[in-house]
Design a protein around this ligand. Structure first.
Ligand SMILES: [Fe+2]
Ligand SMILES: [Fe+2]
Length: 279
């Protein structure tokens, strides 16, 4: 039987992508040792912590930030979006201008939150509790990039890849192929050329309208997000930019790419993981 610590659980996630320390959107809320049976869910709140106690489990892992430092420091991970845009060919000052308002907004949101609500429940229960967000999404991003690249590589010798080929590439990933949600071409057309493709995932959240427009302006033709707010999709559509596309892979199915790998690694260490909330 496994006997792991909360530090072990974070280490497994960090090792998955070669990170040294927990990013701003991930945190250990209640430390613990001697863990052998834990519960993992995408979203964990007070009721789920009580459920874990009722099931006799000795720890809980969330994917999404659940309070504490992961809420307070969340805006820091959004700077990754600036790096993404620069990697997509957006000039540094334009990238900064596109993302800075979003970071300022996130800082105000963080300030409004009752960030200790859920962690306080875990503390009173004496329930070891953590969340790992960015490391698992970064793993998922790498898988998505590789799947799209590989599939477009098989299409290219015969014809120009289309947006539907980007979708087909994503569909080679089991979590997306077997998902109950469809991959959507939210902006653009499935039959237009894919052109330059950029997978924008693993940066706190999607880049919304501003990041997609900046990428389009910089020569990216097809942006892949895992989700987008409907008004942002409407705004992008209203730009009427011929040949420009946004593909949406699906939130929970895409989150599951990293989560499944993480759970497999934990189980390999002998940990029993009870899956819930999207797993
Ligand atoms: Fe995620
Ligand atoms: Fe998510």
């Amino acid at each position: 039987m496994a006997s792991l610590t909360t530090t072990d659980l974070t280490r497994v996630a960090l090792d998955l992508v070669g990170m040294d320390e927990l990013p701003g959107d991930s945190a250990v809320y209640v430390e613990g040792t001697g863990l052998s049976r834990v519960m993992m869910g995408i979203d964990i709140a007070a009721a789920e912590l009580m459920l874990a106690r009722q099931l006799g489990l000795d720890g809980v892992i969330a994917h999404h930030p659940a309070g504490g430092d992961a809420h307070l420091h969340y805006p820091r991970v959004l700077t990754t979006q600036i790096d993404f845009l620069i990697n997509a060919g957006v000039p540094a000052d334009v990238a900064e201008e596109a993302i800075r308002p979003k970071i300022r907004g996130a800082e105000l949101t963080a300030q409004t939150r009752n960030f200790d609500h859920v962690p306080s429940v875990a503390r009173l229960l004496g329930m070891p509790f953590l969340n790992v967000h960015l490391p698992l999404d970064e793993y998922g991003r790498r898988v998505m990039v590789a799947a799209v690249d590989e599939h477009l590589g098989t299409v290219r010798p015969n014809r120009e890849p289309l947006v539907r080929d980007v979708v087909a590439g994503l569909m080679t990933i089991p979590e997306l192929r077997d998902a109950r949600t469809d991959i959507k071409v939210a902006v653009g057309e499935a039959d237009s050329p894919a052109g330059q493709v950029f997978v924008f995932h693993g940066a706190g959240t999607n880049g919304g309208f501003a990041a997609a427009r900046a990428m389009w302006d910089a020569g990216i033709d097809t942006v892949v997000y895992i989700h987008i707010a409907p008004p942002d999709a409407d705004q992008l559509r209203a730009l009427n930019r011929a040949g420009k596309n946004v593909v949406i892979s699906g939130h929970i199915s895409s989150d599951m790419i990293g989560i499944n790998r993480y759970v497999a690694d934990l189980e390999q260490r002998g940990l029993e993981v009870v899956r819930m909330s999207g797993l």
